[in-house]
Design a protein around this ligand. Structure first.
Ligand code: COA
Length: 224
């Protein structure tokens, strides 16, 4: 898509750890990371019949349609993390309804045809799509962030959040939201510590949001 965002050169954020824009070539890495963090931050490999399903919902479409707001983290072992932003959730979902979900609906079973379990939620999303959500009015953007364990706990998540927030703000977004499971308290604490506040809560989880009004993001020099 043609959206003005800050120039994004590769950036070394720690010795041997670099950030760069996501590309279609990263799809296998996105699938791997999404699966290995897909059980509320833990490895979901043993829980799913469909190893690419989580990424088909939460990662891969962003590399196809919202690459301007995606960053991968690479170390000596390869790509080991990402943040994937979406500027306009409503527009993104219109695109997924038109172009993304239909082929997946032919590839995956209908949710009612599989036993209720780990795959049921993402299969329902494939079957129906998402939203609309009231939070889109004030926080139209959203994001997903996942790091493999070897990159966790070193400040990289915070760097990624600041980077994508700066990109979304520069493209004119007034706010960004995300969903997090109540079964992932570490991520809940991470979002609270990176400037997000709770917008809504359900039995299963939280919707967090962060304003992107001018002055609410870190200086561009720290997020390039
Ligand atoms: C959640 C995640 C993105 C955080 O990234 P990270 O690089 O580990 O976090 P950072 O080191 O940048 O931490 C930033 C702040 O959040 C806090 N934080 C991060 N993870 C935390 C945890 N598990 N428990 C409590 N606090 C945590 C840090 O203490 C730090 O706070 P401070 O700066 O005020 O001291 C990363 O751990 C991850 O990818 N986890 C697995 C996948 C996942 O759960 N993704 C989110 C799905 S909604």
């Amino acid at each position: 898509m043609d959206t003005a965002v800050p120039a994004r050169a590769d950036a070394e954020v720690r010795p041997g750890i670099r950030l760069r824009p996501v590309s279609i070539a990263d799809v296998p890495a996105l699938q791997d990371i999404c699966l290995r963090t897909g059980d509320c931050g833990r490895d979901a490999t043993a829980l799913t019949r469909f190893p690419e399903l989580l990424a088909d919902v939460y990662a891969t479409p962003y590399a196809h349609h919202e690459a301007a707001f995606g960053t991968v983290v690479q170390d000596e072992g390869g790509v080991a993390g990402y943040v994937l932003g979406c500027l306009d959730s409503a527009e993104f979902e219109r695109w997924r309804q038109a172009a993304w979900w239909p082929p997946l609906r032919r590839r995956y079973p209908r949710p009612e045809d599989v036993e209720e379990g780990f795959d049921s939620g993402p299969l329902r999303t494939v079957a129906t799509g998402t939203g609309p959500d009231p939070v889109w009015a004030t926080h139209p953007s959203h994001l997903h962030i996942d790091l493999l364990p070897r990159l966790q706990g070193g400040g990289i998540g915070r760097v990624l959040v600041e980077r994508v927030c700066a990109q979304l703000a520069a493209a004119g977004s007034p706010g960004v939201h995300l969903g997090v499971s109540a079964r992932n308290p570490g991520a809940v604490e991470f979002y609270r510590r990176t400037g997000f506040t709770e917008l809504a809560r359900t039995a299963g989880g939280h919707t967090f949001g962060r304003s992107l009004a001018p002055g609410s993001t870190a200086p561009a020099s720290t997020v390039s």
